[in-house]
Write a protein that binds this ligand. Structure first.
Ligand code: NAP
Length: 271
C-alpha cells in the first residue's frame, strides 16, 4: 500500500473509518486524497490526518490507483457518472462500499471495462472490528484484488464471494447482524435488571459475556455447537435456559428474520 495513491470519495462514517484504518496500517497520508462537499469537515480532517482534501471529486481521483466510493447509495449514480470519463482514462480500481448497489449498475455508470470490487462492510468497521464481504468483477487483476483486500483488512476481517448474489445473504447476516446482537444485549440487560441486578452490573456482565463468547469461538478450533455443549451440563442452569429458547423456536425465528432481511436486500438492490 505504500506506493498506491488512494482517493476516498465521501468523508462520512465509512470513508473516515477506512481512512483511519489505512493510516494505522502504514499508508503514508500524502498518498491519500479525501473528497467531500463539506469544506469545514475537510479542513478538520486535513488538520487531524494530514491527508490531501478537496471538495472536487475529479481532483481527488486524478492520480489515484484506487478510488473508494463511500457515498450514500442514493447519490452514487451521480457521483459515478461524473467521474466516469476520468476513470475510463486512468483505469483505477473502483471499490464501492455502497450497500445494495450492484456491479451491473456501477458498470453502467462508470463505463465498460472498469475494474470494480463491490464490498459489504458492517458498522464495527468504525472501530476497526468489521466483517466485510468482497466481490470482484472480471476486469479486476490479482494485484487489484490484493489491494482491495488490504484496504478492507485495515478495518476488520475480509471474505471473498464467488457470486455477487451472495451479497444479499451477507447483508442479512453480517450487515444487519450487529443489530441482532444489540437486541439480544438489550434483552439480557433488561432481564438482568428484572432479576435484581443494577443496570450497570447487568450491562457490564452482558457485554463482557458477548465479547468473551465471540473471542472464545474465534480462538478455538471447536465449532460453536461444541462450545455450547461444553458449557451446558445436563440438569444445569444453562440447559434449563436453552430448553426454553429451543421450545420457543429460536432457530425458526432467526431463520425467518434472516430470510426477511435477504429478501429486502434483494428488493432494495433491484429498485
Ligand atoms: N456506516 C456503516 O456502518 C456502513 C456499513 C455498510 C455500508 N456502508 C456504506 O457506506 C457508504 C457511506 O455510508 P456512511 O454511513 O459513511 O454515510 P455518511 O456518513 O453520510 O457519509 C457519506 C459522505 O459523503 C458525502 N457526500 C455527499 N455527496 C457527495 C458527493 N457528491 N461527493 C463526495 N462526497 C459526498 C456526505 O456529505 P454530506 O453529509 O455533507 O452530504 C458524507 O460526508 C454508504 O453507501 C453505505 O451504504 C456504511
Amino acid at each position: 500500500m505504500k506506493k498506491e495513491t488512494i482517493a476516498i470519495i465521501g468523508a462520512g462514517n465509512m470513508g473516515v473509518s477506512l481512512l483511519q484504518g489505512l493510516l494505522a496500517d502504514g499508508t503514508p497520508p500524502q498518498q491519500i486524497w479525501l473528497a467531500d462537499p463539506d469544506a469545514r469537515r475537510l479542513t478538520q480532517l486535513e488538520q487531524q490526518f494530514h491527508v490531501h482534501v478537496t471538495d472536487n471529486n475529479e481532483v481527488a481521483i486524478k492520480s489515484a490507483s484506487v478510488v473508494i466510493l463511500a457515498v450514500k447509495p442514493q447519490i452514487i449514480a451521480n457521483v459515478a457518472q461524473q467521474l466516469s470519463a476520468s476513470i475510463q482514462l486512468h483505469r483505477p480500481l473502483v471499490l464501492s462500499v455502497a450497500a445494495g448497489v450492484r456491479e451491473d449498475n456501477l458498470k453502467q455508470w462508470l463505463g465498460e471495462g472498469v475494474a470494480i470490487v463491490r464490498c459489504m462492510p458492517n458498522t464495527p468497521a468504525l472501530i476497526r472490528c468489521g466483517a466485510a464481504a468482497l466481490h470482484a468483477n472480471q476486469s479486476v487483476s490479482p494485484k487489484q484484488r490484493d489491494l482491495a483486500e488490504t484496504i478492507l483488512r485495515a478495518v476488520g476481517i475480509v471474505v471473498w464471494l464467488a457470486d455477487e448474489n451472495q451479497m444479499d445473504a451477507v447483508t442479512a447476516l453480517s450487515g444487519s447482524g450487529p443489530a441482532y446482537f444489540f437486541l439480544l444485549l438489550e434483552i439480557l440487560q433488561q432481564v438482568g435488571e428484572k432479576l435484581g441486578l443494577s443496570a450497570d452490573t447487568a450491562k457490564l456482565l452482558s457485554l463482557q459475556t458477548a465479547l468473551g463468547a465471540a473471542k472464545m469461538a474465534l480462538e478455538t478450533s471447536d465449532s460453536v455447537g461444541a462450545l455450547r455443549h461444553k458449557v451446558t451440563s445436563p440438569g444445569g442452569t444453562t440447559e434449563a435456559a436453552i430448553r426454553v429458547l429451543e421450545d420457543g423456536n429460536i432457530r425458526e425465528l432467526f431463520t425467518s428474520a434472516l430470510q426477511a432481511a435477504t429478501k429486502r436486500s434483494t428488493e432494495l438492490s433491484q429498485s
